[in-house]
Ligand binder design. Structure first.
Ligand code: HAM
Length: 422
């Protein structure tokens, strides 16, 4: 029997972890600086939550959700994203009543039944944040500046192909009018559109703008521009977002075809793309969703957030980031009596958070030294039969190769001093 991981689902192996840890550390320290607090949302929810928030006519809801019935016949879905769950939790726990604004972040796996390819998985990790409360454009600027600072902190900002694209997708006051104009335009060019876009002309016309097919993109050349159809409120908001970004010297491109694949967005929408990612080139994305809390039965509270794809971020990291850390000490104890002498020492050092490893299979000194090297041990303590008889051990610095001799009698305090003082 040869059971393998499911297509599009990856193991993250111990050797990969230093890079994941590096990214997570950068995120957590920035989230702290920006006053975000962590929320842990469930891995699965009632299907209805995602259908209602992400939108029935989206790819995610139409064909990508992992939906199943549990033993009680309840329809459940593995979360394809985090925003819907955060908003559900916000309403359910009445978080609005505790604070003037709610700023939360989450890091965890999401699930979408997409066609697996480079940078696109069926289980992937997102780090995301949501702010519920403030409706002003400066909140949009704060979210965008968080991601910008994250790219600086991780070194990704040196990528010359990394661009931030922004757009405004309007609001319930102005979008229906634009949708109608767009629909009329799409109906006029229906013959030139792919089957999917023909269908979407009626179900979700704005998504047609995002079609990857070259012929559709060609046919869309003269499509009406949403920015010309924004109401005064949305246009003013978008203008202020741009001014705020300029104030922080955050470079951006306006892409009026940016529509996003989730229906809850209003006003500002944004995406960071990199030319170094391949076809799946979006690193992070988000936007404002001022109607979602109400849509899910909550109070009239606006929201905005973003999520970034951890695998995509990690794939772009410079190799110098997240180098595996070695252990502090390897104890090369030769023979049973030496092992027994070393065992309490090993236990004590570990309790003091000195990372230590010891050979327990009685390997030769040569093979133990090789093992210490492979574990990137900073120091090795050599305790052979002769050393044991003489009441001493050798302490070797693996970098300088310098070797010192320490008495066994007060080895514990000598090592504690060595690791804590030097
Ligand atoms: P999204 O654009 O669907 O937005 O996903 C955000 C990011 O998750 C993408 O930019 C990408 O980096 C990563 N991602 C998405 N699908 C996959 C996949 N199949 N494999 C690998 N990475 C993937 C959202 O999910 C929104 N909830 C973002 C948001 C938060 N908007 C407001 N608040």
């Amino acid at each position: 029997m040869n059971i393998q991981a499911i297509k599009g689902v990856k193991d993250i192996l111990p050797a990969d972890m230093p890079r994941w840890d590096f990214v997570e550390k950068c995120l957590r320290s920035l989230f702290k600086s920006f006053n975000f607090r962590e929320i842990k949302i469930p891995i699965f929810e009632e299907t209805l939550l995602f259908a209602r928030s992400i939108g029935a006519g989206t790819d995610i809801v139409e064909k990508e959700m992992y939906t199943f019935e549990d033993r009680d016949g309840k329809k459940l879905t593995l979360r394809p994203e985090g925003t819907a769950s955060v908003v559900r939790a916000f309403i359910e726990h009445n978080l609005n009543s505790f604070a003037p604004l709610t700023k939360v972040f989450y890091i965890g796996p999401m699930f979408r039944h997409e066609r697996p390819q480079k940078g696109r998985f069926r289980q992937f990790y997102q780090a995301g944040a949501e702010v519920l409360g403030p409706s002003g454009p400066l909140q949009d600027v704060e979210i965008i500046s968080f991601v910008t600072q994250f790219f600086e902190k991780t070194g990704l900002s040196v990528d010359p192909t990394l661009v931030l694209e922004i757009n405004s997708v309007g609001c319930p006051a102005c979008r229906p009018n634009y949708k109608k104009v767009l629909q009329d335009f799409l109906t006029g060019i229906a013959n030139e559109l792919c089957d999917n876009c023909k269908r979407r002309t009626n179900t979700n016309p704005m998504r047609v703008l995002d079609c990857k097919s070259e012929s559709c993109q060609k046919a869309l050349a003269g499509a009406p521009d949403i920015l010309k159809y924004l109401c005064g409120e949305c246009a003013g908001h978008f203008d202020e977002v741009q001014k705020g970004l300029s104030l922080l010297k955050i470079r951006f491109l306006i892409n009026s075809r940016l529509v996003r694949g989730l229906d809850y967005y209003t006003k500002t929408a944004f995406e960071w793309k990199s030319g170094n990612l391949g076809a799946q080139n979006t690193l992070a994305a988000g936007g404002r969703y001022d109607g979602l809390v109400e849509e899910l039965g909550g109070p009239k509270v606006p929201g905005i957030g973003f999520a970034l794809g951890m695998e995509r971020v990690i794939s772009l990291l410079d190799p110098s980031k997240g180098i595996p850390e070695g252990i502090d000490l390897y104890i090369a104890a030769l023979g049973g009596p030496a092992q027994k002498t070393a065992l309490p020492l090993l236990s004590k050092l570990r309790a003091l958070e000195i990372s230590a490893e010891m050979d327990v299979i009685g390997a030769s000194l040569k093979s133990q030294m090789k093992k210490a090297d492979r574990l990137h041990a900073k120091y090795v303590l050599i305790l052979g039969e002769a050393e044991l008889a003489a009441g001493k051990a050798f302490f070797r610095d693996m970098k300088t190769k310098a070797q010192e001799e320490f008495p066994l009698q007060d080895m514990e305090s000598t090592l504690i001093k060595k690791f804590h003082v030097s």
